[in-house]
Design a protein around this ligand. Structure first.
Ligand SMILES: [Zn+2]
Ligand SMILES: [Zn+2]
Length: 211
């Protein structure tokens, strides 16, 4: 099995969760032994989030998607933002706030759970009034993340399949997996190509003359 950052391997990781005897859990219940919480920080692309969300729904997995209200890259208040949020809910996933320090934009779109975007160590594990902070104990005691296409402790699929985690919070970024590329740069360039095509469609829909 090759540990590429591609959807096929993400599907294999989900299969490993199941063959390791784990069940999928969310942040609104106690973090029990034998469970895996799938967390996604959506930093760049709602389309990538939806691609991953649909794959998970096919595989019977529930995840928690953390969406930004202050992103440079997407607008949750736009029509496509509304569609994305509704579709994540329809697929049975949870939606939390991916907050930019120190702003906590709580509203009814989000469950009572927060993940800071690119947090500094000083506040990363601080209590946030009325919300679960996903980096607080017990949530992040056993934790793996795919940041910039690097697993610091290796891809977790083998340990999952072998049942060696007591429980796990697994953070993955959808845009890393949804677009092709063997380096982060290649993957980001593929994302920008898709984005360009999407922008051209949006311009046409906005009655811009592209002839
Ligand atoms: Zn792997
Ligand atoms: Zn982030």
């Amino acid at each position: 099995m090759s540990c590429r950052f591609e959807l096929d391997h993400y599907r294999e990781i989900l299969a490993a969760v199941r063959s390791g005897g784990y069940t999928f859990a969310t942040f609104d219940q106690p973090f029990e032994a034998g469970t895996v919480i799938l967390r996604h920080d959506v930093d760049l692309s709602l389309d990538a989030a939806l691609t991953m969300a649909e794959l998970e729904a096919e595989e019977g997995a529930t995840a928690t998607y953390f969406l930004m209200t202050r992103s440079e890259f997407y607008n949750l208040d736009s029509p496509s933002g509304h569609v994305a949020l509704a579709h994540l809910r329809e697929l049975g996933h949870r939606v939390g706030l991916h907050a930019v320090w120190p702003h906590v934009d709580r509203d009814e779109r989000f469950d009572s759970v927060l993940a800071w975007h690119n947090p500094d160590p000083e506040y990363m594990r601080e209590e946030v009034d009325g919300l679960v902070n996903v980096m607080q104990p017990p949530w992040a005691e056993i934790y793996r993340s795919d940041s910039n296409q690097r697993w610091r402790q290796g891809c977790p699929h083998e340990e999952l399949a072998g049942g060696s985690f007591e429980r796990l919070q697994l953070l993955t970024h959808p845009e890393i997996w949804a677009y092709p590329g063997s380096t982060m740069r290649e993957t980001m360039l593929a994302m920008l190509d898709a984005e360009r095509a999407r922008r051209l469609e949006q311009l046409a829909a906005d009655r811009i003359d592209l002839s």
